[in-house]
Structures are given as C-alpha cells and as structure tokens.
Ligand binder design. Sequence first.
Ligand SMILES: *Cc1c(COP(=O)(O)O)cnc(C)c1O
Length: 430
Amino acid sequence: MSTRPTLLDEEEAHRLDAADPGHRELFHIPPADGGRYAETAYFAGNSLGLQPRATRDELLADLADWQQLGVEGHLEAGRPWLPYHELLTDAAARLVGARPEETVVMNSLTVNLHLLMVSFYRPAGRRTRIVIEDAAFPSDSYAVRSQARFHGLDPDATVLRLRPRAGESVLRTEDVLAFLDREGDTVALLLLGGVNYLTGELMDIPEITAAGRDAGAVVGWDLAHAAGNVPLRLHDWGVDFAAWCSYKYLNAGPGALGGVFVHGRHLADRTLPRFEGWWSTEASTRFRMAPVAAPPASAEAWQVSNPPIFAMGPVRTSLELFDKVGMDALRARSVRLTGYLERLLDAVTPGRPLTVVTPRDPERRGCQLSLRIGRGSAAELARRLRHEQGVVTDAREPDIVRLAPVPLYSTYHDCWRAADALARTVAEDA
Ligand SMILES: *Cc1c(COP(=O)(O)O)cnc(C)c1O
C-alpha cells in the first residue's frame, strides 16, 4: 500500500461536510477492519442500503406484539397486521409520484414484474416484442424471456435488446425514440430500467414513456435503481406500470419487499388478466370466504398473499425517513455530492486505466458513478479498495466498478477517501 500523499484536499472534504451534512447519524455505518479510519467509506448503497438505527426497535415492537397477542395481533397489534401494508402505501406513493390507489408494497421485485407482465404483456398479431436495454439486469432479462415462453413465443425472436451506439457506453434517448418511431408497431411491451444498474444512466422516463405509448406499446419501468435515488412523477408521466425494490436506496434490508405502481387508468379495467389470491379481494370481503374474489379498483388488487409483517416493518421505517427528509432535498444534496466525487475522480483518473462511463450531465444520472477499468480485474480492484483502504464499492463483470455516494448517509470525506484510495491502488500508466 502506497503512503504517498495524493494532491486531493482532505481539509476541503471536511469543510464541505460541515457545511452540507446529510443524515449519517440515523444509520449504522459498518466498521472498517484495517485501514486508517474506524468506519468504512460505504459506496454500495445502490446494492444494499445501510441499516437505519430506528429499524431494530421498530422491528422488535412488531415481534413483541406477536409474542403477546398471537393471532389477535391481526386486529390488536400496535400496528395491526391485517391492514399493515396500508401504513406503507402513502409514503411509497409520494416517493414515486403516484396516487395512493396506484401503489402497493408487496413481494420482491422480479416476482412483481412477473405479476405485472401477466396483466400488461399481451402479445397479439404483429405486436409481440418485449424491448429491454442490452445492459438490463439479468433478472429482468430472464423474466422477460420466460414471459415470452409462457406465451408460446420464441424468446430470441421476441425479446429485443437496445444497444448503445458503437464506442458508446449508454443509450441515447434519441435512439430509443427513433427505434420506437421505426418499429414501435411491433412492440407489445417496453420495459427499461429507470436508472441503469451498470452504467448509472438515468433514462428520460417521461419522454420515452410518451413515445412508447404513442407507438401503441405498454410502457413499464424497473425502478430498482431509481426509487429513493431520483425524483419520480409516475402518475403525471403516464407510466403504465412500474416496480422497484426496497433494499437498495430504500435501506429496508436484504431481500426487502418491493413496491408496485399501476397507473390509475388501468385500475378499473375488469378485462385485465391477473393472478389473484385472497389478498386481491376487497379487504372488507376477505373473511366472507366467498368463492369469487371482488378486487378493489386499486393496485392492491395485484396482491396475492397475506404479507410478511416483519419484512414490512423495515420498509415502513425507511419510508418514514424519506418522508421526513424529502426526496427533493435528498436529490439536491445528491447532485452536490456526486458532482464532488466526479471532480475528484477527474483528478485521479487521467493517466490511469480508469474511465467514468456514467453520463456527465447530472440530469442524466442518479448518485452512482461507474468506472470502467481498462487494465486488471474490476473484482480485484474492489477487493483491494475494501481491504486495504476500507472503501466499499462493488464490481460488475467484466470491467465496471460502481461507486454510489448516497445522500442520506455518505459524506464528502467518503468521496475523498474513494478517490484517494483509487489513486493509491491503481498504478499510473507507464
Ligand atoms: C436489484 C435488481 C433486481 C433484483 O431483483 P430481485 O427480484 O429483488 O431479486 C432486479 N432488477 C434490477 C434492474 C435490479 O437492479
């Protein structure tokens, strides 16, 4: 490990933290084993957000209700279990710019994508294709291919992957629009990531949604990397459906429940196919034990099972935090913090085999910056950053290291540590 000082100004990072603090005190920051600092500089909140300090006691309170009340907790718990999911709905709706009846927290992300595609992927005639981005998260690729097979279609012919131009790393909006203009009449479903997990690109959700719908396609968004990262206005943008997870920017814990949005214009449509269970029926009718469901005209109709209360608690705690801080304030700090990290990376990447592939325009990205590693292994670099410098990043095959300064708990000094660690770890070109 090199101890040679870098040209980066550590005092400046401390000054910026004093002037522009986040809410780090509300979170547990994992300790760094080894290295010069007690805590890790944590840049993996895009993969698994850190634990809010409030989560533990809130979860224990739900657990104590079960201990004390048994089955009677359904109605008598401090937060009764039967309507527990309703405690999450308003905050989740605010987070994504939805109406409460358009939103529900349930299941996990890929499961929800499937449940939504049952309703919204309806191949017919010439219009059979599902369009995703080539850099789609694997789970999304597998999900859409299996949906094609479910309809008796050949996934290779049905799933179209949009690629960036040769020599470029991210998709251009104009190219997506041009594609829709050309071939939109073959598209049944356009399903893109709002913020791409690999490159950190924020798509122009309103413009692409409008173009997709004009072309006659259904437009869904996977917001795994967008929810809690960038402001969203799903209702106003006319998005048909969306799904997200709560364990990345929403800090609700590993495997936490996901969220679902279904636009209001679909809620009263009785012709939509849907997979149902006893939680799909209107709550007031649930215990009539009727043979036929009576689904409400809301996203709750997409629920199937009674939800896991101990998994809902951490989502509730987390959403309350987002409500308190406010997405607009978070986004403003996010733009400043990521801009600062970008400036430091621009100081250390020249002369090293490191290239920022995330769009430079803050309007075209969330908080994540992705570095392409031109020499050596990304996984090995992430490992060294972690174990030699206490800087937690992650590597994505084959050559990307991702850094996400999260505005809730990351600091300017974390950003300084990341750039300093890269300078110490990656040799300059000979
Ligand atoms: C994180 C992520 C997933 C993970 O899916 P799960 O069903 O929650 O395991 C899927 N898609 C995208 C785009 C992701 O970023």
